[in-house]
Write a protein that binds this ligand. Sequence first.
Ligand SMILES: NC(=O)c1ccc[n+]([C@@H]2O[C@H](COP(=O)([O-])OP(=O)(O)OC[C@H]3O[C@@H](n4cnc5c(N)ncnc54)[C@H](OP(=O)(O)O)[C@@H]3O)[C@@H](O)[C@H]2O)c1
Length: 360
Amino acid sequence: MNPTILLTKNVLKSSNFFTALVCGKARHNLRNACTKVPTLKMNNGCEMPALGLGTWGATEDYKWIEKLDTSKAPATGRTKPEEMVDAMKCAFDIGYRHVDTAFLYKNEKQIGQAIKAKIEDKTLKREDVFLVTKLWNNFHDPKDVRCACEKSLENLCLSYIDLYLMHTPMGVKRTDDLYDFAPVDKDCKPLFTDTDYVCTWQAMEKLVEDCLCKSIGICNFNLKQLKRLIKKAKIVPQVLQMECHPYLTQKELCAYCKCENIIITAYSPLGSPSRPWAEIAKKHKKTPAQVLIRYPIELGYSTIPQSGKSVEFMKQNFDAINFKLCPEDVECLDKLNADMRFFKFSGAAGHPHHPFETKK
Ligand SMILES: NC(=O)c1ccc[n+]([C@@H]2O[C@H](COP(=O)([O-])OP(=O)(O)OC[C@H]3O[C@@H](n4cnc5c(N)ncnc54)[C@H](OP(=O)(O)O)[C@@H]3O)[C@@H](O)[C@H]2O)c1
């Protein structure tokens, strides 16, 4: 069972998505809500909200992601692509401004539609939204990078991306189908490429020069890969997005990022199986999920919990900006580290640039 579900099902009962949309739609003052989220300044001077909304959720994509990872989480509870537009509008009403998507998630179009609707009804301006999307592995060849970015922009109906991330350091062959995310040969062997992620990065730097994106970063790089990238890069990544929660604190990598002025975004912040943080939650009169969301924010990172189908979760998770953990709470959570990763990318086992097969 998905460890997150083990954790969270004990904590809160998920409300029905559409019932909540219809009955519980308390409208917030959008601009006021926005100013409450602490922001982090990136090394290029741009700011990003420390709390965002994770959107990996479209069921059809989830089946594909299962192939990448051995932790066979069920697809239930995940927002379907057709539910995304309303879910996103609701998130904006709650106050979310930082949205995390990816070409891989196949929901860029729906997110773009929600942004457009909110701009049209004058509750949002484009510059209020911090939109993050990602370059998938099949576009690692430098000559394909611009095309991937333009495709995401077209899907999103936007003229620029706030933060464009390389989704992994591992390239795969590009076929005629842009959505062929995990191409295989006739024997079902994955078609990896050894395209150097540094060359992919250099093509991403050009996207900034050409104003297609404001900031660029990486995901799922290990320390050695990050150090090598920085040595050769013109632009030091603005953000490293990585799995981070009390069972995988990645302190060495985080310390290095701090020195290099790279912001960490903690993904899968709720992905832990048991609840040693329940006591801390009780003390603060918050839920364990809110403690887990607050933890990376307390450490100076940004984080992007996903709320599944529940508007109630969306609201609760957003409310994590309204309390603070004490240093001893943070210390207690830090001590739980077990180097335990949920996203192992085991479908890419044997890839020459696999970030997690070696220790560093
Ligand atoms: N760059 C990458 O390679 C990468 C990889 C993974 C994720 N990400 C990003 O990070 C985001 C978050 O990670 P994630 O989706 O893996 O998982 P997560 O945010 O750790 O957990 C999400 C799940 O936790 C439950 N939940 C949410 N709020 C809750 C609350 N207040 N109380 C109790 N339970 C709650 C929901 O489960 P139920 O739906 O079962 O109720 C939800 O589906 C993704 O959506 C994606 O945007 C990036």
